[in-house]
Design a protein around this ligand. Structure first.
Ligand code: FE2
Ligand code: FE2
Length: 199
């Protein structure tokens, strides 16, 4: 096993930690964008993703804390990060691209290096994070397609719609404008997501 302080895995953990913190922040920004446009249920999805990213950040930070042999005051990293500015729809698309790159390239690469350097647990946690980023990507893909096609609250066949505020349910081809039970607007209706579709 490499000396951890000199290993590539330490650098990758530090980069992953910084990246996950930024992902968490970006999902919070996305949640605010969704809220501003009245998509309150979508806002809760993005807040959940933000929480997931912070959990990844914590895991990577703990690995650094547990493995660095010297009491370090500072870790230097060098890296770029995605920087974009746009509408809710554009931001969802950009985030989708970032999740794709993490799940298909970044984390599998980090896992391979960790495995080669003898850090099996760390390799596993990179792969676990990558699998979550893939789920995030699948969710974003569906939200993107539905939002783009103005189909968030429409279905070709009658389906069950559920108010995320009061739990009221009703089967129809489209969701109500205001919940008949609690009067909350359509943005509170749960968006039907099929996580088994797509890539
Ligand atoms: Fe993450
Ligand atoms: Fe993610």
């Amino acid at each position: 096993m490499e000396n951890f302080d000199e290993s590539k895995t330490k650098q990758n953990l530090a980069r992953a930690f910084a990246g996950e913190c930024q992902d968490g922040a970006r999902y919070q920004f996305l949640a605010t964008l969704a809220q501003d446009e009245g998509y309150f249920y979508m806002q809760t999805i993005f807040k959940t993703h933000a929480k997931n990213e912070m959990a990844h950040a914590k895991k990577f930070y703990d690995f650094l804390a547990d493995n660095c042999s010297v009491k370090q005051k500072n870790i230097e990293i060098c890296g770029g990060y995605p920087f974009t500015k746009g509408t809710l729809l554009e931001s969802i698309k950009d985030t989708m691209g970032a999740e794709l790159s993490q799940s298909e390239n970044v984390y599998p690469d980090f896992a391979r290096v960790a495995e080669d350097e003898g850090y099996k647990d760390i390799a596993k946690s990179f792969l676990f994070a990558g699998s979550v980023e893939n789920c995030h990507k699948l969710m974003l893909e569906q939200l993107y397609e539905k939002l783009k096609g103005n189909k968030l609250y429409k279905s070709p066949t009658p389906i069950k719609w559920k108010c995320s505020n009061c739990g009221f349910e009703h089967t129809d081809k489209k969701a109500w404008d205001f919940c008949p039970s609690c009067d909350k607007p359509q943005g509170y209706v749960e968006i039907p997501i099929d996580m088994n579709s797509g890539s």
